[in-house]
Design a protein around this ligand. Structure first.
Ligand SMILES: [Mg+2]
Ligand SMILES: [Zn+2]
Length: 215
């Protein structure tokens, strides 16, 4: 199987759809710069929502800006440890994140190695594109869920559909929409986002069945 880039936004039949999730304010509560694993707080619906996406056969990939690394608040090792904690909590509920991607950079960081203008920091599409290459995902058939317009911007840049959740800073973001950027859906939380995604998938599958039966 050869991996084709879907640069034109045309769905590639060989590549999978996936769900990209922001972390803070979407998967877990936004506590500011998370710098202690004790401060990881799951929403009551998180495990069920991720498991529902798993059961639908959709890879679930976390893409998170962690500028606290560039700012010297915590290390990459800490971020990776936090992701192991999140994965372990989900596993206890039968849910799975297929991969975690984080951006440790910030142009105004104080740690020189990370104080760069990168292409992975959302609203850049770098993390989604890298995950797509690594995991055989077609962004144009995929979804991105987040609580900030920069998540929606990253989805737009990657050609994915976008869902803004009202958790985290989402309700505030909803109240000040940017010019030239809209989400495909705005819902209360990750549980509703998962339901919306699964409904879209049913509609798309029904359409493709219909097309096949007409051929
Ligand atoms: Mg967030
Ligand atoms: Zn970056």
């Amino acid at each position: 199987m050869t991996l084709r880039r879907s640069g034109q936004g045309r769905p590639s039949p060989e590549l999978r759809a996936a769900v990209f999730l922001d972390r803070d304010g979407t998967l877990i509560e936004d506590v500011g710069y998370l710098d202690r694993v004790e401060d990881i707080v799951f929403y009551p619906w998180t495990v069920d929502a991720v498991r529902a996406l798993n059961r639908a056969g959709l890879p679930v990939v976390v893409v998170t800006n962690q500028a606290g690394v560039a700012r010297g608040y915590f290390t990459e090792e800490f971020v990776e440890g936090a992701h192991r904690e999140i994965a372990a909590h989900l596993a206890r509920g039968g849910a799975r994140i297929d991969a975690f991607y984080y951006c440790p950079h910030h142009p105004e960081g104080v740690v020189a190695a990370y104080a760069i203008r990168c292409d992975c920091r959302k609203p850049g599409a770098g993390m989604i594109e890298r995950a797509a290459r690594d995991l055989g995902i077609d962004p144009s058939r995929s979804f991105m869920v987040g609580d900030k317009w920069l998540d929606i911007g990253a989805a737009r840049a990657a050609g994915a559909r976008s869902i803004l959740v009202r958790t985290g800073v989402g309700a505030k973001e909803e109240a000040r929409p940017p010019v030239n950027l809209t989400a495909d859906a705005i819902v209360n939380n990750l549980a509703e986002a998962a339901s919306w995604i699964l409904l879209q998938r049913e509609v798309m599958n029904a359409k493709s069945r219909q097309i096949k039966s007409e051929i």
